[in-house]
Structures are given as structure tokens and as C-alpha cells.
Design a protein around this ligand. Structure first.
Ligand SMILES: C[S@@+](CC[C@H](N)C(=O)[O-])C[C@H]1O[C@@H](n2cnc3c(N)ncnc32)[C@H](O)[C@@H]1O
Length: 390
């Protein structure tokens, strides 16, 4: 059974690594003093096979270096912390985080101001500045992101950065999946399609995957424009369908995306992903009205609820926590993190779930936890629960 502090530490580490904020992670204070391995220094590197962790095992007279993929790296770190070292220290761009196993066996986690400056952590094989190139990308020009000279328009530079950040974040996640031929990606509530086009571009043109992609969108005008741009770009396996997230007939979904789909549309999307046994579900929730309206707090938390902004934040936290928990209950290993700085958009939380097991043996425990949270906040039902029939 993993200690809650350990879980928290690894969740933080996950976010820091995925957001490319890790300067280094050190493992020190060896458990067995006679061992020759004194310290391990871990950095993130971009290699041909993708974003990886680089381990330097520092012995008394030699260093041994190994690279491994992110998830495998986390497992190794977890084992090293259990068996070999007492201390870990994350040096991040924005904060440091220390993990210490105390003499009584308890775990202490502390945060501190950053103490190192990032020079360039990707020394192995420097990544292209941007994964989505502005040059000769017809869809970027047609969507107004670039001009006729393929330069990013000044007023669209934030959007261009957001598109790239999104691909940077998703690419290591997608590399973890076993992409079969005709892998079907569905983007629910695709809107103007900025991110749909970018992901299709990345998967089909850059990583040469045999991908089928469908954008689902209520608005006819957007569907028409996006289909036209897909044709102009010669993106043969990308299509946009007018319809609702809940009801559009889509066939098997392998990767489900729902970015800023409004309120319970995010739940409809997650439900479709779970129903289809999608390998991965990625969503960035938008407004959280359903839970906000359902709060009926009669305990000490009522004092929090009287402040509008705090009630709003509480609604976000409760809505998205329950979403993440329900995804876990249905066999998705789930992460929640900030995917873009809040200066660009306050709606910057991303939930990513990867299907790792058919059913979670702890499903009932998770559902009981959900019930306890709802009881605390006087909530009758989370919309996703109603869809799942739990
Ligand atoms: C805020 S926009 C986000 C667009 C895009 N996903 C992005 O992040 O850039 C949300 C889009 O989802 C569409 N939408 C919301 N609810 C929907 C539903 N239930 N079915 C289909 N489309 C929906 C809206 O029409 C809108 O275009």
C-alpha cells in the first residue's frame, strides 16, 4: 500500500516532468551505508524515442548512466526510494520539493523556493523549438494563426504557443499507447479545430501514424469551415461531424479528447470514452455549473461557500476530483495537472486517464469515497455518476 505522501510526491513529480519543469531530481542518504552507490541524479531528456528520464548512478569511483521512458523511470524511482535511499529532492523551475523518510518511518514532504536555474535540460538531442511548425502548414494559415508568409500573427502568438504546449504534453502520453492501424481519435466539442488539426498533423504527418480523427461539434458553421480546411490541407483521415457529444454515432473510440467542452458536456465525453474502453481519455474541463448548483452545505464548510469565488473554485475541485476518481474506478490510471499557465487561461486543468486495467479492484472503495465527498458537500449526484449508473 503506497503512503499518501509518496503518492502526492509522485503526482507532483509527474506534473513537473510532463510540464518540462524538472531541472533535476536527486536521491540521497543511502539506507545501507556500506553500499557503493552514493547518489542518483535524474534529469529529463528529449531523445529520438521521446521524452525520457536520464539516471546517473554515482558510485564512489564511477558514474553509470541509463535512460528510460518516463513511466518506467517513475517505477524505478519508487523502488529506489523504498529500498535504497531515504531522501529525494526535486529541483524544479518554480519550486523545490523534498521527500524525507524520517527515523520513525514517517514521510515528510516540504516545498521550498527554487534554488537552481534551468540552463538547458535537453542536452542530448535538442528538440525543435516548436513541435508544430508554422511553415507551410495550410491549416494554421486558414485558421488565421499564420499569415501568407507563414509567420505567426502577433495576436495569435498565445494560441500558437498553446497548440504547441498541448502537443508537447500529449506526445509522451501518446507514445505510451499501443497505436494500432486506423487508431480512432475523437475530439469532442472541437470548436474551431485548432487543437484537432494540430494533433492530426502531429500524429499523421510527423509520427506517421495511421490515424483516423473525428471532430464532433454542435455548430454547423464550424463543422463546415473545418471540413473545408481539412480538405485544403489534404488531411484525408480527418473529418468533422455536426452533432452532440452524447449522441453522435462514432464507432470505436481509441483516444478521446474533450477540451473546454462546456459543463456536463465533459462528463458526456468521459462517459463515451469509458463506454468505448478508450485507451486514453484527455479532457480539460470548462465551467462547473452542475456541481456549483448542487452544493447544499450544512457543516463548517458553509463558511467557505458564502464567498462566491471560493465556491466557484470548490466546485471546480469537487467536479474534477470526482471525474478523476470515477475514471480510476473504471480502470483508468489518472493524472490531473495544469497544462498551461493560468496567465493564458484560468481553465487550465487537464485530466488524463490511461486505461490500465479492465476493472479496478478498488472500485467500491473509490465509489465510497465519492459518496463521502458528496455527503460533505450535500451533493446528490455528480452528472458522470448518473451516466455511469452508479
Ligand atoms: C470552448 S469551445 C472549445 C473548442 C476546442 N475544443 C478548444 O479547446 O479549442 C467548446 C466547443 O464545444 C462545443 N460543444 C459544447 N457542448 C457540446 C456538445 N454537447 N456537443 C457538441 N459540441 C459541443 C461548442 O459549440 C464549442 O464550439
Amino acid at each position: 500500500m503506497i503512503a499518501p505522501q509518496t503518492k502526492l510526491f509522485f503526482e507532483k513529480l509527474h506534473v513537473i516532468v510532463l510540464q518540462k519543469e524538472l531541472i533535476k531530481l536527486t536521491l540521497t542518504n543511502k539506507r545501507e551505508k556500506s553500499f557503493d552507490l552514493n547518489k542518483i541524479i535524474i534529469t529529463a531528456v528529449e531523445l529520438k524515442k521521446g521524452y525520457c528520464l536520464n539516471f546517473v548512478y554515482r558510485h564512489s569511483t564511477k558514474d553509470i548512466t541509463k535512460n528510460c521512458e518516463i513511466e518506467e523511470g517513475f517505477e524505478i524511482i519508487q523502488k529506489l526510494l523504498t529500498n535504497e535511499f531515504f531522501n529525494a529532492e526535486i529541483y524544479g523551475n518554480h519550486e523545490n520539493l523534498s521527500y524525507v523518510v524520517l527515523p520513525n518511518g514517517k514521510i515528510q514532504i516540504k516545498t521550498a523556493a527554487p534554488s537552481l536555474q534551468k540552463v538547458n535540460s535537453f542536452t542530448h538531442d535538442k528538440i525543435k523549438d516548436r513541435l508544430i511548425d508554422s511553415k507551410e502548414n495550410i491549416y494554421l494559415r486558414e485558421l488565421g494563426v499564420t499569415n501568407d508568409k507563414w509567420e505567426v500573427r502577433h495576436e495569435m502568438s498565445d494560441k500558437y504557443k498553446q497548440i504547441n504546449k498541448y502537443i508537447e504534453l500529449l506526445s509522451p502520453e501518446i507514445k505510451e499507447l499501443s497505436l494500432k492501424d486506423q487508431f480512432h481519435v475523437v475530439d469532442m466539442g472541437s470548436g474551431k479545430g485548432y487543437l484537432t488539426f494540430a494533433l492530426y498533423d502531429y500524429l499523421s504527418q510527423q509520427t506517421k501514424n495511421d490515424v483516423q480523427m473525428t471532430g464532433v461539434e454542435y455548430r454547423d458553421d464550424l463543422v463546415m469551415i473545418c471540413n473545408k480546411i481539412a480538405q485544403q490541407s489534404d488531411f484525408k483521415n480527418l473529418k468533422f461531424i455536426k452533432g452532440s457529444i452524447a449522441e453522435t454515432s462514432l464507432g470505436k473510440i481509441d483516444l478521446l479528447i474533450a477540451l473546454h467542452a462546456c459543463d456536463t458536456a465533459t462528463d458526456d465525453a468521459i462517459y463515451r470514452g469509458i463506454q468505448s474502453n478508450a485507451e486514453m481519455i484527455v479532457c480539460a474541463p470548462c465551467c462547473h455549473k452542475q456541481i456549483r448548483k448542487s452544493f447544499n452545505v450544512s457543516n463548517e464548510l458553509a463558511a467557505v461557500m458564502k464567498f462566491g469565488i471560493l465556491k466557484e473554485r470548490q466546485a471546480e475541485i469537487i467536479t474534477d476530483s470526482i471525474r478523476a476518481m470515477l475514471m480510476e474506478a473504471y480502470g483508468y490510471k489518472t493524472k490531473v495537472f495544469e497544462f498551461i499557465s493560468s496567465e493564458h487561461t484560468p481553465k487550465n486543468v487537464m485530466i488524463v486517464g490511461r486505461k490500465t486495467q479492465k476493472t479496478n479492484p478498488n472500485k467500491q472503495v473509490i465509489l465510497d469515497n465519492v459518496a463521502a465527498i458528496k455527503k460533505t458537500f450535500g451533493i446528490e449526484k455528480h452528472y458522470l455518476e448518473s451516466l455511469l449508473g452508479v
